[in-house]
Design a protein around this ligand. Structure first.
Ligand SMILES: [Zn+2]
Length: 233
């Protein structure tokens, strides 16, 4: 199901597949979770969805996004909105030329400029965009996600614990909860983690994270993705 592990004839044998494209970011996720957390989540849900759909392949992930909020911390390596838009348009054109029936962009990095760029580029390219911060989608995810206090907290750390527990530092269990309403902070014009009160690059409650919750959230995320693809068929 992973395109980069398939052969050319193997791909050619598929009829009219859909292309699921995991998109993430490389940025600090607290002192405990990997820089590639967002990418890992996108890959995990795309692989699960591809298995369920049967006629989908997972493109190699895009591990860079528009990342400015975490610039004060080691590991924030981002690209501009213009670059992100150009990559999306180029990949969408190539995917179309290769005969895929649809490109589906699956993003788990929610900086507003990232989301706005992907929404616009997807529309321009005729691709589908799974918009997880839209209310109708967000309301099917966990309470922490719905409150928007969810950067490297319980929600994201649980997802990493589900698929790559070796990448979560055991110190996560000692981290105090740090409730921050990120959407409200962003709306108020705050543009970096420190100004939002995230002095260790996380908010939410990483100590409450469990692999079990992560597996359940992956199922909910996969449901949303599968529904989007099936509604398009
Ligand atoms: Zn994240």
């Amino acid at each position: 199901m992973r395109l980069d592990e398939m052969t050319s004839p193997g791909l050619e044998a598929l009829r009219d597949p859909v292309a699921l494209w995991p998109v993430g970011a490389t940025e600090p996720h607290g002192p405990h979770a990997p820089l590639g957390t967002d990418t890992l989540i996108s890959v995990g849900m795309c692989e699960r969805a591809a298995e369920r759909l049967g006629d989908a392949v997972v493109l190699p992930p895009l591990p860079f996004g528009v990342t400015r909020y975490g610039a004060a911390f080691a590991g924030a390596i981002g690209i501009s909105e213009a670059t992100l838009r150009a990559v999306v348009l180029d990949v969408a054109a190539a995917v179309e030329e290769q005969g895929f029936r649809r490109l589906v962009i699956v993003n788990n990095h929610f900086e507003p400029e990232q989301v706005a760029t992907l929404r616009a580029a997807a529309e321009e390219a005729g691709a589908l965009y799974l918009d997880l911060v839209r209310r109708r989608n967000a309301e099917r995810l966990t309470d922490e996600f719905k409150r928007g206090s969810c950067h490297a907290g319980r929600y994201e750390t649980s997802l990493v614990l589900a698929d790559a527990p070796e990448l979560v530092d055991a110190m996560a269990a000692e981290l105090p909860a740090n409730e921050v309403n990120m959407p409200a902070a962003m709306a108020a014009g705050q543009t970096d983690f420190l100004a939002m009160g995230m002095d260790r690059a996380y908010c939410g409650a990483p100590a409450e994270a469990t692999a079990e919750e992560g597996r359940a959230t992956f199922e909910a995320l996969t449901d949303l993705l599968v529904e989007l693809v099936r509604a398009d068929a």
